[in-house]
Write a protein that binds this ligand. Structure first.
Ligand code: ZN
Ligand code: ZN
Length: 259
């Protein structure tokens, strides 16, 4: 394995190696599991109905599913095209991540994984809260919420602007800035992509990550904004109605409303 990797790194320009490595992970860690979840929806409807978190009548129609898959494919093609143009402009020897012939150590890979997880949890939470702001929501994030009962592919069903600032940057930027080996990043990216598909699968048997948490966000909108749940727990946004409770408390404290 190590020899195969060394051979690829020494034979091809670093930027092209990085591009094909990331594109393969998008295919293997997102498209493959999302297709498996979709196949369960379509091939085993009885099993699917028994195990979907939301009721059968709330599930997307075949037309909506087809539109979603086509839109996600278009988002991927746009990002592949943009990446190739950018890589050509900045030069094929410049990369976002470190490439070495040797594999990174297990301790380094785990350290990068934990760092990436924490950075994504914090940044995604605040970006997602911002996308729910009434002055922005209708223009950008409403698209992702078209699926009130999500299915795996809807994880990347988002306005292209949202796809970049909420899906791509919180995963790529912290580890690129830290200076991470491309193989450590590949492991983290695989986990994040699989997690996004599982989170949106709509199935109650997905316990790690627990799909019910993000499913509730699609059903009720103003709850569970983060990916792991820690930021929601800190801000108290993990309970449906947290905003109404907060509003009622501020009205009670407001002297104008006391009389
Ligand atoms: Zn949202
Ligand atoms: Zn979602």
């Amino acid at each position: 394995m190590q020899e195969f990797w060394s051979e690829i790194c020494s034979r091809y320009p670093p930027s092209l190696v990085e591009f094909f490595f990331i594109a393969s992970i998008q295919l293997l860690a997102f498209w493959v599991p999302a297709t498996i979840y979709l196949a369960i929806d379509l091939l085993f409807p009885d099993f699917s109905n028994r195990h979907k978190i939301q009721s059968e009548r709330r599930q997307p129609t075949w037309e909506q599913i087809k539109h979603c898959v086509q839109y996600v494919a278009m988002n991927d093609l746009i990002s592949i095209g943009l990446q190739l143009i950018l890589r050509y402009i900045v030069g094929l020897h410049r990369t976002l991540f470190i490439q070495s012939l040797a594999f990174p150590s297990l301790a380094t890979t785990l350290g990068d994984f934990v760092f990436g997880l924490a950075a994504r949890e914090i940044s995604f939470y605040y970006i997602h809260r911002l996308l729910h702001h009434p002055s922005i929501y209708a223009y950008v994030h409403k698209k992702h919420h078209k699926f009130t009962a999500p299915m795996a592919f809807s994880a990347q069903y988002a306005h292209p602007f949202e796809h970049i600032i909420a899906n791509v940057l919180p995963i790529f930027l912290p580890l690129a800035m830290k200076g991470t080996n491309i193989l450590s990043f590949g492991m983290f990216l695989s986990f994040e992509l699989w997690e996004a598909a599982a989170d949106h699968s709509g199935y109650d048997f997905v316990k790690l990550p627990p799909a019910a948490i993000h499913d509730l966000h699609h059903e009720k909108f103003r709850v569970n904004y983060s990916t792991i749940g820690i930021m929601d727990w800190i801000h108290g946004t993990d309970v449906v109605g947290w905003d109404r409770t907060k509003k009622a408390q501020s009205l009670r404290k407001d002297p104008v409303h006391e009389n």
